[in-house]
Write a protein that binds this ligand. Structure first.
Ligand code: SF4
Length: 343
């Protein structure tokens, strides 16, 4: 599938008018397509030296690398770096950023989104998707600050940044409504525009593109790593996403039972549910009694990073939540409806 063919309708902004071209790579299938389309335009405009790609690392919450039948399949952060290098961005122009918090010895340590949920006391909701901002957008925006300060002084005007993302209309109503190009921030220091070059790509076209892609897609999209059947989870970022379909969550919790148990602990202690209509604890029970999609592969989640996450979440749960979960508790819940696994 030619990227030009699918992207013929999309309007390309004047890439030469930006000081920083900043593709945001989630490591998912859409990021890779976006990078291919975007870098074609960048090269045509002769501004490849202005590209710095970013990945907001979600640490243990992301899909990790797995070894299946003797073959190693990369995890999400590694894929984001591969997506950057595959389309010509030098390794030192790809940046992985992570939210941090002060550690016990004063040195900053990764601050997981699940720890933030535990400390806040409520899971993100459609009307309040704070996870996207706190774990992703705000982290990248903060990473720009030193460069913005320096360039602002040199240029004597606000720094112009183009944020490029792989969001597509097929992914949901909120994405469909989002403009393919818009200004998202303007102040005396920076002007940030957002561009979605593959907004109109259908899912089928993305999958077709991946057949001959120079970079692999994440193993979680398949029923088992390497199957190339797209019968796994429909998305990949946080393994357990509060906005995922029920089938995706059932499959994910079978693939990452220890992580699912940690989410269930947050639910239980805070009295909020993973989603307004489902508790993850009920989905775990549902998977045990009624069955769940075959995981194909199960992640051990037994390394030091997972232990550190557990400790961090445990400490957050010992403190008073910043927000009471009243609003979420008003939503109806459907704990188990027989075996109707919907997508
Ligand atoms: S993957 Fe889902 S839960 Fe994770 S940050 Fe994105 S929207 Fe939030």
């Amino acid at each position: 599938m030619s990227s030009r063919l699918v992207n013929a309708q999309a309007t390309t902004p004047d890439l030469t008018s930006y000081d920083l071209l900043a593709p945001q790579l989630s490591g998912g299938k859409d990021s890779a397509v976006m990078m291919a389309v975007f870098m074609d335009d960048v090269r045509a405009a002769g501004v490849a030296d202005r590209v710095v790609s970013y990945h907001s690392g979600l640490g243990v919450l992301e899909w990790p690398a797995v070894v299946f039948e003797g073959i190693r399949y990369p995890g999400v952060s590694e894929l984001a770096a591969l997506q950057s290098s595959a389309f010509g961005v030098p390794a030192d122009q790809h940046v992985e950023v992570t939210r941090t918090m002060p550690g016990p010895d004063g040195i900053r340590m990764p601050h997981s989104l699940l720890t933030e949920i535990a400390a806040y006391g409520r899971f993100p909701r459609m009307g309040s998707p704070y996870c996207r901002k706190s774990a992703k957008e705000a982290v990248v925006s903060s990473a720009w600050t030193p460069m913005v300060r320096r360039l602002r002084r040199e240029l004597g005007r606000p720094v112009r940044i183009l944020k490029v993302m792989g969001l597509r209309s097929d992914e949901g109503a909120d994405r469909r409504k989002r403009a393919a190009f818009r200004r998202v921030q303007a102040n005396g220091a920076r002007v940030v525009d957002e561009w979605l070059p593959v907004k109109d790509w259908p899912t089928a076209a993305v999958r077709e593109w991946h057949v001959a892609a120079p970079v692999p897609y994440c193993w979680t999209y398949d029923s088992v790593p390497g199957a190339a059947d797209w019968a796994g989870t429909s998305r990949c970022s946080c393994s357990l996403c509060v906005f995922a379909s029920r089938r995706d969550v059932l499959l994910s919790l079978s693939r990452r039972p220890r992580l699912a148990a940690l989410y269930a602990e947050v639910e239980q202690v805070r009295g909020d549910s993973f989603r307004a209509d489902w508790r993850i604890a009920d989905l775990i029970r549902h998977a045990e009694t009624c069955g769940a999609p075959d995981p194909g592969v199960v992640c051990a989640d037994d390394g030091p990073e997972f232990d550190a996450l557990q400790q961090q979440v445990c400490m957050a749960l010992k403190r008073e939540p910043r927000k009471k979960p009243d609003l979420a508790l008003r939503g109806g819940r459907a704990p188990c409806d027989g075996c109707a696994v919907r997508s």
